[in-house]
Ligand binder design. Structure first.
Ligand code: NAD
Length: 289
């Protein structure tokens, strides 16, 4: 299925994430229903959406009138029959495997056979959740980032049984609603972004615990140096811009000393040996013409 053919979406869980995701879909013309287990949770979700919409209006992303229409267009329900006639279910409920599995066991029975399923789990195994899904080939991870009505990144994660078309569909859909999706080809712990984030945190903790610097100094390095350098760029781009040869030499003495010591990786070494130093040789991790 192509995203253009998608008619209606049900989001399971009207909490912090579900409420934000609902407006991202609705803004691009999709018919969205928020499902939750209680009226009180739905009321909370509705209030959160009204608050988020103020952000959009202030940022000039939407006008007052269109924002009102968007909020009017959303449906809220505790009735499970909502799952019977929709093209996509995105689940964003409590982060507990047994609760998610119980949700999916029921929902995948109720939904039509062509309905696509996605979970917004922060890090539970997609393959493990899929054990409860009837038709696990149509189930994948679709991991959004808080505040998801603002942050563009969405990870699309392939479980062991996810059909490539399911991941492709979710990737295209994310593009269609203005997001910047990335593909996560393996159901790895922490997927992709949290692995990067936690690698930085792990080293920050190591630096402080081993007396190299204080938490304030670590934070200052990020705020006044690395944070600025990485604003708008990723680690492979920064390496190409700074000189892959320089980064290679640093990695030779530094990787063995980092808390998770590693030799320079083949990915870096092979390019270094081929003289591909990044921007200065017009070829590194990327090609510059
Ligand atoms: P939340 O507590 O704000 O919302 C969860 C909602 O799910 C609540 O409204 C609750 O009533 C509802 N719920 C619980 N069990 C349900 C069920 N069986 N059926 C339907 N609704 C049910 O949580 P959140 O922060 O929105 O997180 C939701 C999911 O998104 C989790 O899997 C979380 O790990 C993931 N996530 C969270 C963040 C974040 O920064 N908060 C970021 C990315 C992903």
């Amino acid at each position: 299925m192509k995203p253009e053919a998608l008619q209606s979406i049900v989001i399971g869980g009207a909490g912090l994430m579900g409420a934000s995701m609902a407006q991202a879909f609705a803004h691009f013309g999709f018919s969205v229903t928020l499902y939750d287990i209680s009226e009180a949770a739905l009321e909370k979700g509705k209030k959160l959406i009204a608050l988020n919409q103020k952000d959009w209006v202030e940022l000039g992303l939407i006008g007052e009138e269109a924002s009102g229409q968007l909020q009017e267009s959303l449906r809220f329900t505790t009735d499970r029959s909502a799952f019977r006639n929709c093209g996509l279910v995105v689940e964003s409920i409590v982060e507990r495997l047994e609760v998610k599995q119980s949700f999916w066991r029921e929902v995948s029975e109720l939904a039509g056979k062509d309905c696509v399923f996605a979970t917004n789990t922060s890090g539970l195994s997609i393959t493990a959740i899929a054990e409860a899904v009837k038709g696990p080939e149509r189930f994948a991870g679709m991991h959004w980032f808080n505040p998801s009505h603002i942050v563009p990144l969405v990870e699309v994660i392939q479980g062991e049984k996810t059909a490539p078309e399911t991941a492709d569909f979710l990737y295209d859909l994310a593009l269609r609603i203005g997001k910047k999706p990335v593909r996560v080809n393996k159901d790895a712990k922490g997927f992709l972004a949290n692995r990067l984030q936690l690698a930085v945190l792990r080293e920050a903790l190591h630096i402080v615990e081993s007396g190299i610097g204080s938490p304030e100094d670590v934070d200052a390095c990020m705020k006044y140096g690395l944070g600025l350098r990485y604003a708008g760029f990723g680690p492979f781009e920064v390496c190409d811009f700074g000189g892959l040869d320089t980064f290679y030499h640093i990695s030779e003495y530094l990787f063995p000393d980092l808390s998770d010591a590693k030799e320079p990786f083949g990915l870096l070494q092979d390019r270094f040996e081929r003289g591909e130093y990044g921007v200065k040789t017009q070829r590194g991790f990327y090609v510059y013409e």
